[in-house]
Design a protein around this ligand. Sequence first.
Ligand SMILES: [Zn+2]
Length: 251
Amino acid sequence: MLKELSKLYALQQVDTEIGRLEQEQANLKRGEEMQKRVHSLKSSLGEMESRLRTLDAASQDKKHELQRLFEQYEEGEQRLDSDGELDITEVTNIRAYLDSVAEKQRRTSLEIQKIEAQRTRLKGEIEEKRTVLAETQAELEEVLAYEAEERARLEEELEEQRETRARLAQQIAPPALKRYERTRKHCANLAIVQVEEDVCPGCRMVLTPYLVRQLREGTGVQDCPNCRRILYWPGGDLEIVDKVTLITRRR
Ligand SMILES: [Zn+2]
């Protein structure tokens, strides 16, 4: 295991790079979010356009109604004008009828004005929404093109890294590889930590002088007593940690 450690450490560096690239891939989701936005804009626009069609129909109905009322009024007036033989009651009745028709005309005109105001407002809102939709769609196309390029680049890099990983893994004894994979699962993807002083870089715990001596002498694979990560001391006795320094640092 000990002689596999430097190879495992190199493998871990590749795994870290693979993880970073995969994260970058996962972060490419702006296009997806914008597609959802385009979809929601379209559906809201469709709903507004259907509301406008309802208003158009209502406006047409009211205009026809107003036309009928004008015709009724004219007929009434003609009866008053043409017929000289009307008695006073008939004249009064026709006048009352004309008043009621005029009142209906007034109300219908007001309703038409109200509907027209709503149509104008809605048309303006639809125009605005169409502009936003067109802008969003144009931006979406750019974002999708950029993301496609990025995805291709990341996929290429990942492919390279995965090939490197497979090559490295082949050179490592299976039990050591297994131990690495197991530790990695339990230690947030960081199984091996390179000890440079007397502290575990994984959890910042100060290592005992005894442990540091064992690492330095390279007597076996040592785990951090706190986080269980595999401690890697490259170069064996490259670094001499003297006891006095260790005690001072721990204070
Ligand atoms: Zn630790």
